[in-house]
Design a protein around this ligand. Structure first.
Ligand code: ZN
Length: 385
């Protein structure tokens, strides 16, 4: 297999049916590509009760700093109805200049491009003034417990530092080069329970119906403007996502009503301040309604923003040099493993066009794979220049 050719590499990766948490040969393939290039490759399996074991890989070329890391995942989401695909999802067939397959854009394509870019750089220059590393997990689309977070801990434990990181998630909405992500909003989920007293619907004075109280609180949550956004981020927004009342009889007032809401918050907030704000709002609304409530929170990642600097500049220059586009530096969208990496080093995200991610007939243009490889190659060059 020609390690300089991203298309062959992407095809080989797609042919490993690595639906989370299966490794399915994908990490072994990467190991076999990187070792002959001179990378020191580590494979580690992490476990945690109640979650599947997950295989991960960390590989590094060079001993010097700075250490520029590429982070990604080989696991893919399920294919859905296989018969609905016009070409089989793990066959990696090319039709009219387009590569089809699960993981083509999210994100085996980008992994293939980065490996090819590194191989080309090493062939051309013979080495790098620093180190290049790859952190590849098999647990990004799943619970994300035995993946990137644990590899980062493993790196810290052996005093290995990352100085900058590119996450290869598909970031471009329309065309390759139109968007680089330089931050993400935080995400916090609240679970609200309103307690009442069960009783007969015909004798409401002997009961306490929690449903109107829950509705009052949710009404306040949904209609309150949290902020107007900041220079770098969209406004913070709250969405009620689950409402449930465990009741099976129409003539019974239930004892309890529950709701779940999710908030995507910007850099006006941190995890503790947004939690306090939400709790105060719920408590005030509950006392207006005379409701007794329980409120718990869990979060999946705090807000972060990567300041302009060598990493952002190198990527912007590389994208512009290859595509002629000036990428939008954005903080939109959902969370990714960048949420773990941001605590260790500056991190940005740049990859393929995300229009078909997680869909039937996921695909990317062969031209985009070639261009992304050239962008990564030029980015490596800019970064170490
Ligand atoms: Zn992904």
């Amino acid at each position: 297999m020609d390690v300089h050719d991203p298309v062959t590499l992407a095809q080989a990766l797609i042919r490993c049916p690595s639906v989370t948490p299966k490794e399915a040969g994908a990490l072994l393939l990467i190991e076999n590509l990187l070792e002959p290039l001179g990378f020191e490759v580590h494979r580690m399996t992490f476990s945690e009760p109640g979650t599947p074991d997950v295989e991960n890989l960390y590989a590094r070329f060079g001993q010097q700093r700075p250490n520029l890391c590429f982070a990604g995942h080989t696991d893919v989401v399920p294919v859905g109805k296989e018969d609905d695909w016009k070409l089989p999802p793990f066959a990696a067939k090319i039709q009219d200049g387009v590569l089809y397959g699960r993981g083509a854009v999210d994100m085996k394509g980008a992994i293939a491009c980065f490996i090819a870019a590194t191989a080309r750089t090493l062939s051309k220059r013979g080495g790098i003034r620093g180190s290049v590393s790859l952190l590849i997990t098999g647990d990004e689309e799943g619970p994300s417990i035995n993946g990137t977070a644990k590899v980062l801990q493993w790196l810290s434990d052996r005093d290995e530092r990352l100085d900058a990181c590119i996450v290869g998630e598909p970031t471009c909405p329309d065309e390759l080069g139109d968007m680089v992500k330089i931050g993400r909003r935080g995400s916090i989920t609240g679970q609200l329970v309103v307690h009442g007293k069960q009783g007969h619907a015909a004798y409401p004075h002997q009961a306490d119906n929690p449903i109107p109280k829950l509705v009052h609180i949710l009404g306040n949550l949904s209609s309150t403007t949290i902020d107007e956004g900041s220079d770098r981020f969209e406004p913070t927004r709250l969405q009620t996502t689950i409402v449930s009342v465990p009741n099976t009889a129409a003539n019974v007032i239930p004892a309890e009503a529950r709701a779940t809401f999710n908030v995507r918050y910007n850099d006006h907030w941190s995890r503790p301040t947004i939690e306090t704000w939400l709790r105060d709002l719920c408590t005030t609304a509950a006392s207006e309604a005379g409701a007794s409530i329980e409120l718990t929170f869990h979060g999946t990642g705090d807000v972060f923003f990567t300041q302009p600097g060598p990493l952002v500049d190198a990527m912007t220059a590389a994208v512009h040099g290859v595509t002629g586009k000036v990428p939008k530096l954005s903080t939109s969208g959902g969370t990714s493993d960048a949420r773990f990496i941001q605590a260790h080093c500056p991190v940005i995200e740049f990859g393929l066009v995300n229009r078909t991610i997680h869909q039937i007939d996921e695909h990317c243009a062969i031209d985009d794979l070639q261009q992304l490889t050239t962008i990564y190659e030029s980015m490596i060059e800019e970064y170490f220049a």
